[in-house]
Design a protein around this ligand. Structure first.
Ligand code: HPA
Ligand code: MG
Length: 180
């Protein structure tokens, strides 16, 4: 695992696939202890969370459903500012235990909107599972129930996370270098 180039930027090794696997194992155990028997629905936020979701749910041995959403932002015609909409959610969430699965939470603005929308759809409880968290960027008011790593506010790629669409397929996570 050495220095790599993704697009026009250089990255150095940051979190190994082995360490990621350890944390995913631990998160899966915690979720199993808390939620086995509630038949939760895991809602994976595309695109970045697809790798984390695939690894996480394959470690769960209880009945659950898995769904995927994408966020679409547009300028509302009647209101000021951005309107966020969830695309792809077909499940009826009324009375359901929901776990939102994210690759990374930085400002928390997006996740805050997702939580509001899911609560509005009648979920009995909405929990958050995130592999990565940048506390120095965070402005949200919610708790991350299941967390892998708190990391510095530096740009990273790999394990689902991209730079200009590239690098999602890397099994390890890399951090941008100063001399990028
Ligand atoms: N890398 C890729 N995507 C991201 C990051 C990052 O560091 N932070 C939030 N989305
Ligand atoms: Mg994401």
């Amino acid at each position: 695992m050495g220095k790599i180039q993704v697009g026009d930027k250089h990255f150095i090794p940051f979190i190994t696939a082995q360490l990621i696997r350890q944390e995913v194992d631990r998160i899966a155990l915690e979720i199993s202890r808390d939620l086995a028997g509630t038949r939760p629905v895991f809602i994976s936020v595309l695109n970045g969370a697809f790798v984390f979701t695939a690894d996480l749910v394959r470690r769960l041995r209880f009945d659950c459903q898995i769904s995927f959403i994408k966020l679409a932002s547009y300028s509302g015609s009647t209101s000021t500012g951005q309107v966020t909409e969830l695309v792809g959610l077909n499940e009826d969430l009324t009375g359901r235990q929901v776990v939102v699965v994210e690759d990374i939470i930085d400002t928390g603005i997006t996740m805050g909107k997702i939580i509001d929308i899911l609560r509005g759809k009648g979920a009995s409880e909405v929990r958050i599972a995130a592999l990565l968290f940048k506390p120095d960027a965070f402005m949200g008011h919610f708790r991350i129930d299941y967390l892998g790593f708190s990391i510095p506010n530096e740009f990273i790629v790999g394990y689902g996370l991209d730079y200009n669409g590239l690098g999602r397929n890397l099994p390890d996570i890399y951090q941008i270098t100063d001399e990028s």
